[in-house]
Design a binder for this molecule. Structure first.
Ligand code: NG6
Ligand code: CA
Length: 509
């Protein structure tokens, strides 16, 4: 069936079942570009002056730039879990930062943004960082079939970095396998030193091309020591410097192959997560060290994807969503100069906190939508979140949500497309990592923070990584005090009481 014909059929179906107001339901291609650890203030279109991000700026100027765009957690695994499943990560098991040998966290059969779009006729792919576990309960079978994984939850194809690149192993996963693996040199991954003479960041620190600052002192690959140990699989290993090029190469291939039919691409960049080791051609491009250079590399990737859409004349038929998986961090375990070279750059923009934090800097991140000819360019203050993408994209493609899935995902399509009068969320739960009792609730101008353990990691990411003692609850007025400096809980006991109850109800639901 030709693409045009299938769109006409879809429109007919939608107009019969939903009435003419929903006529825009159609199947444009969808690309979700998720950056890693990119903060609100890290792009020039969000106010950065220490570097220029022309391609992302162009995306913003051709689309909607959100000032209240969020991811749902301030670490990677829970944000990715909730983006895919439309369910807050604190409801799921083992949804905290995944270790190298984590089994698949999202169980086969779970409805995801990919499965919903697949049902609507999309060809679906995830390319880039996964960090949601692979394999059954015993964990990944690195030398065999890596199953279940993305292909069991709605993706037709994947080309992945299995965890995050500061964790072992440095190999790709294509669909169910590690490509280029030599059976004579099997890959072993574990959390114990495999032999007394195995070189690590502790024993061979003077050989490293980038030193570690905390953690990250186990197996060395490409002159960088990592979290976890591995041996073998040498023919399959990649160079950190080549990751971004590989994501672009594989994405362009996927787009070209599917240009005649609707596709969904989750472009999961590894930039600007540690170890920040951008390609040589980007090294030294900014005064901010490799953290800044990795932002330039990310911007280049966005430019390449947009050029591909232009070349294939798909820009008017593709909704692009640009977002981040959590807020910024400077020293996340390697001495890459990010902290020393920060100067006046404010990675979290006007907000406090960053990665690991439920202050706004942890989850309020760059968020841009572009659909040429359909989204009127501008700036939106509506509150939207990556967790809303399953319900919103399902609505776009005329799919209904499952009874028992995507429970925290709201249809925010109107707000995402900048429709006049369309409102964003009236509340959002923020969390840091896993299910560890650190949450926040934003409703309108109010922000309640809740710390069951009364410690908050990494409040001042620009300066220190520390555990700071905090009260059980704090309340902030984001209109008066966007940086969350003044806890006004004593002045507004009724607001605090209501928000505590609403948050407890949402968490325990
Ligand atoms: C932390 C790591 C940090 C980073 C993070 C996950 C240490 C000391 N810190 O445990 O470097 O890997 O996990 O980042 O090991 S995320 O963006 O994938 O959530
Ligand atoms: Ca991250």
């Amino acid at each position: 069936m030709s693409r045009q014909f299938s769109i006409i059929l879809m429109l007919l179906f939608v107009s019969v079942f939903y009435g003419p107001v929903q006529l825009e339901a159609a199947t444009p291609n969808v690309i979700v570009i998720m950056a890693d650890d990119l903060g609100y203030g890290d792009l020039s279109c969000y106010g950065a002056t220490a570097l220029k991000t022309p391609h992302i700026d162009q995306l913003a100027s051709e689309g909607l730039r959100f000032t209240s765009g969020y991811c749902s957690a301030s670490t990677c695994t829970p944000t990715r879990y909730s983006f895919l499943t439309g369910t807050y990560a604190f409801r799921g098991k083992r949804t905290g930062i995944a270790p190298p040998n984590a089994p698949a966290i999202i169980k086969p059969g779970t409805e995801t943004v990919a499965s919903l779009l697949k049902r609507a006729g999309y060809t679906t792919a995830v390319i880039g960082k996964w960090h949601l576990g692979l394999g059954g309960d015993a964990g990944p079978d690195w030398n065999g079939e890596l199953k279940p994984g993305p292909l069991e939850i709605g993706f037709d194809t994947c080309f992945l970095l299995p965890t995050t690149n500061d964790r072992v192993p440095q190999v790709y996963v294509k669909d169910h396998r590690v490509p280029n693996l030599d059976p004579a040199d099997p890959l072993w991954v574990g959390n114990k030193k495999p032999s007394p003479d195995h070189p690590t960041g502790l024993t061979h620190r003077d050989t490293l091309k980038m030193d570690w600052s905390h953690g990250h002192n186990s197996t060395i690959h490409n002159g960088i020591s990592r979290i976890g140990f591995y041996t073998g699989g040498h023919a399959a290993r990649f160079r950190d410097e080549d990751l971004a090029d590989k994501w672009v190469e594989k994405s362009v291939e996927f787009i070209e192959k599917n240009k005649e039919k609707p596709f969904f691409l989750f472009f999961a960049s590894h930039d600007i997560h540690v170890p920040r080791m951008p390609h040589e051609r980007f090294q030294g491009k900014t005064k901010l060290g490799y953290r800044g250079d990795a932002i330039i590399q990310l911007d280049w990737c966005v430019g390449e994807l947009m050029k591909t859409l232009d070349r294939l004349q798909l820009a008017e038929n593709t909704l692009v969503v640009f977002c981040s998986d959590n807020g910024p961090v400077l020293d996340d375990g390697y001495k890459d100069g990010a902290l020393e070279k920060i100067g006046n750059h404010r990675a979290a923009g006007p907000y406090s906190g960053g990665k690991y934090s439920v202050y706004e800097g942890g989850t309020r991140t760059p968020f841009i939508t572009r659909w040429k000819g359909r989204i009127k360019p501008g700036v939106s203050d509506e509150m939207v979140c990556t967790i809303d993408l399953p319900a919103s994209l399902a609505a776009l493609a005329g799919q209904s949500l499952p009874q028992d899935g995507c429970r925290d995902s709201y249809n925010m399509l109107g707000a995402l497309l900048g429709k006049a009068g369309a409102q964003g969320r009236d509340h959002l739960v923020q969390q840091n990592n896993g299910n560890n009792g650190t949450y926040a609730l934003r409703t309108g101008k109010w922000k309640l923070q809740r710390y069951d353990k009364q410690t908050a990691r990494n409040i001042i990411v620009e300066q220190e990584l520390s555990n700071t003692k905090v009260p059980h609850y704090q309340l902030f007025d984001l209109e008066q005090d966007p940086a969350e400096n003044r806890n006004v809980i004593q002045d507004h006991p009724e607001v605090a009481r209501q928000l505590k109850k609403q948050l407890a109800d949402l968490i325990e639901q």
